[in-house]
Structures are given as structure tokens and as C-alpha cells.
Design a protein around this ligand. Structure first.
Ligand code: HEM
Length: 364
């Protein structure tokens, strides 16, 4: 492409004057420079830059979902970008080790000067959570205030609006609901699948009752878990029961979307389902990596703080550890795994359906 842009210097292109002059330590301002405060600042800045890149990827994925209704040709791009996000998260997890070369005592050389600044105020982090699909009502209460109270007022307003719009979770739910292969005329797939799962759960129960090494309490506990799984599975096929289980938080996706996710995963060997399957895997990986970051950060906070409260006023590492599980977004995909059955027991697809699911050129 022809252009009239002037020649460029490396420093100007990367705005290095601004970036490299942005590490002002509070300890130096006070006259007792703490050596490790520079590391502390740079690590946080690097995180914020990566958050920016993650948001860049996420909003492009969002646009593809919204504007293209995810034509097959875009699926590869979405998966590639989700995978890139996953790779970035791996870096974010690894970076914690660099920060841990700072000892808790070194941290105390400047920690008091930071109060009440905290990662809790990271707007980009909150945008990431909200755009992925974390809702306010799902969040662990942090204090009597909503989480947005810690942010600047313009940012808090923007986040509230963002939460009202569609998230990646919503886009994925929509896409799953549009999966075309669920209406399998002449083939009562769901009834066959239900029977196969019931048989599997019954076998599980027999295994537990015949396993004499288990004490009566352990046995009762395991059987209760199996019964709960049975109820959860039944609710997947009964509109009213399903709505109840959605209200009590067991499931978040719609019934139709869950059916699609189950179908895609158990029949993933069918050629046409491979890309959708990769998309689900990329989402599961991303959710898992995000959760790993939360745990890793919580463990680091424990090492640095012990049981001290955070500079942002939370209970510190206890809050962080609990939020790791509570703030998962695509948890439904993990719950669904309970109802996977071995390939050998899957209902055999009639050849008419198998042909539809195959790539055209390979259809018999
Ligand atoms: C010495 C190192 C660190 C310690 C001791 C620490 C500790 C904490 C604590 C206790 C909280 C809970 C809120 C509060 O009470 O302040 C928190 C939240 C947070 N921190 Fe850190 N942190 C450290 C480094 C980092 C780094 C390098 C990042 C990277 C951006 C980060 C990002 C966050 C985020 C995003 C939250 C909000 C998490 C949530 O509410 O789910 N922290 N941190």
C-alpha cells in the first residue's frame, strides 16, 4: 500500500519516552528508595499492557460473533484468538514467579506507601471479567459496597453499562442455540442418551454399594452425590425443572445451549463438529487458565501478606482464594462432563444424520 507517512524512529513508534519514564517509586519520593518497588511497578504495568491485548482480542472475537453469526469460515479465527489469549494467560501466571523473587520483608519496605491502591481497582481487569461474562450477582461480596465502588466514577459507569450488554458468554450461548443438528428427525437421540446416562449412573451406584472398604458414611456421601447428578441430569430435559435449577445457580446456559454443547462434545469425531468442538475447548482452557491465575495470585498474596488484609481492604488471600472458584464463567461445560458416556455406549447415529455431519466430499 502506498503511503505518505514520514520515516519513523523506533523510540517514537513505541512511545518509549512515555513508557520508560513512567516508573516513579513512592519510596523515592519519601526519600527512602526501596529497591524492589521498581520491579513491583513494572510487573503491574506489564500486566496492564497484556490486559489491553487480551481486551483487543476479546472485542474482535465479540465482533465476529455479533456481526457474522459465526459463519464456518470465521470459526478458525475465533479459535486462534482464544488460543492466543490462553497463551497470554500462561505468561501472566509465570510472571508471578518473577514478583516472588521479592521477599515479604522487601515488600514491607514500601507497602505502606501504596495504601489504599490495589489491583482491585484495575479497570481493565474488570472489563475483561465483564466482557467474558462475569455478572455482579455472581461476585463474592467484597465489602458492603459493590465492586465498582473501588473504581473511578467514569469507569464505574462504563462497567455498569458494559454489564448490561452482551458478553462472550451470551454470544457463545446464542451460537450454541443456533446449532443446526439438534433437531434430529426420525432419531430419538435424547431419549437414547438419557437411558445410557441412567445406566451409567446406576452402575456407579452399584460400584459404590459393593465397595466394602468404604465406611457407611463415605458410602452414603457418594450415593448422595450420584443422586444429585441424576437430578441434575433429569432437569436437563424438563423445562420446569430446568428453570428451577437455573434459578438456584446449578446451570447458567439455556437448556438448548447445553444440549448443543453436550452433542458437540460427545460426537466431536464427526467432521462438521470438529471446529465447534475446538471452540468449546478453547473456552474451557481459557476459563481454566484465568482460574489458575486467580489461584496463583492468591497463593502469592498469602506468601506476601500472611493473614494481613489487602491494601484494598479485603480479607486478603482468603477473599482471593474463594473468588477463584466463585468467579468462573464457563463452569457449565465442566458440569456437563459428569454426563459424558464412553464412546462405545453412544447412540449410533443413523447414516442419514451421519452424512449431514460429514464433510460433503466425503459423504457416502
Ligand atoms: C505483592 C504482590 C501482590 C499482593 C500482595 C497482592 C494482593 C492482593 C490482594 C490482597 C487483593 C484483594 C484486594 C485487596 O484487598 O487489595 C488483590 C486483588 C487484585 N490484585 Fe493483587 N497482589 C499483588 C500483585 C498483583 C499483581 C502483580 C497484579 C497484576 C495486575 C495484581 C492484580 C490484582 C487484581 C486484578 C485484583 C482484583 C482481584 C479480584 O477482585 O478478583 N496483583 N491483590
Amino acid at each position: 500500500v502506498k503511503h505518505n507517512l514520514p520515516p519513523l524512529h523506533y523510540h517514537d513508534y513505541l512511545k518509549l519516552d512515555a513508557i520508560l519514564n513512567s516508573q516513579k517509586t513512592r519510596s523515592k519520593e519519601i526519600g527512602h528508595e526501596a529497591h524492589d518497588e521498581t520491579l513491583f511497578i513494572i510487573i503491574h504495568q506489564v500486566y496492564e499492557l497484556w490486559f489491553k491485548q487480551l481486551l483487543h482480542e476479546l472485542s474482535s472475537i465479540h465482533n465476529i460473533f455479533v456481526t457474522n453469526k459465526v459463519a464456518e469460515t470465521h470459526m478458525g479465527l475465533i479459535v486462534a484468538r482464544l488460543e492466543r489469549m490462553g497463551e497470554i494467560f500462561k505468561l501472566l501466571i509465570d510472571q508471578i514467579r518473577v514478583l516472588e523473587t521479592m521477599t515479604p520483608l522487601d515488600f514491607l519496605d514500601f507497602r505502606d506507601f501504596l495504601f489504599p491502591a490495589s489491583g482491585f481497582q484495575s479497570f481493565q481487569f474488570r472489563r475483561l471479567e465483564v466482557l467474558l461474562g462475569l455478572k455482579s450477582k455472581q461476585r463474592l461480596p467484597f465489602s458492603s459496597q459493590p465492586y465498582t465502588a473501588a473504581l473511578r466514577s467514569d469507569q464505574s459507569k462504563e462497567l455498569t453499562q458494559l454489564e448490561e450488554g452482551p458478553s462472550l458468554f451470551d454470544a457463545v450461548e446464542d451460537w450454541l442455540e443456533r446449532t443446526p443438528f439438534l433437531n434430529l428427525a426420525d432419531f430419538d437421540f435424547w431419549n437414547l442418551y438419557r437411558t445410557a446416562v441412567s445406566n451409567m449412573l446406576r452402575t456407579d451406584q452399584q460400584t459404590v454399594t459393593s465397595y466394602k472398604e468404604l465406611g457407611p458414611e463415605e458410602q452414603a456421601r457418594n450415593i448422595k452425590i450420584i443422586h444429585e447428578a441424576e437430578q441434575m441430569f433429569k432437569a436437563l430435559f424438563d423445562e420446569q425443572e430446568f428453570e428451577k435449577s437455573r434459578l438456584n445457580g446449578t446451570w447458567r446456559l439455556s437448556m438448548k445451549a447445553l444440549h448443543a454443547a453436550l452433542f458437540i462434545q460427545v460426537y466431536r469425531d464427526q467432521p462438521v463438529l470438529q471446529q465447534p468442538f475446538r471452540l468449546l475447548m478453547a473456552l474451557i482452557n481459557l476459563d481454566e487458565l484465568f482460574t489458575n491465575w486467580r489461584y496463583r495470585h492468591a497463593v502469592m498474596a498469602k506468601r506476601m501478606l500472611g493473614t494481613k488484609i489487602g491494601t484494598g481492604g479485603s480479607s486478603g488471600s482468603d477473599y482471593l482464594t474463594a473468588s477463584a472458584d466463585q468467579h468462573r464463567i464457563f463452569q457449565d461445560f465442566n458440569r456437563l462432563t459428569t454426563f459424558f458416556i464412553p464412546r462405545s455406549q453412544l447412540p449410533v447415529l443413523p447414516s442419514t444424520i451421519e452424512r449431514e455431519l460429514g464433510f460433503y466430499y466425503s459423504a457416502k
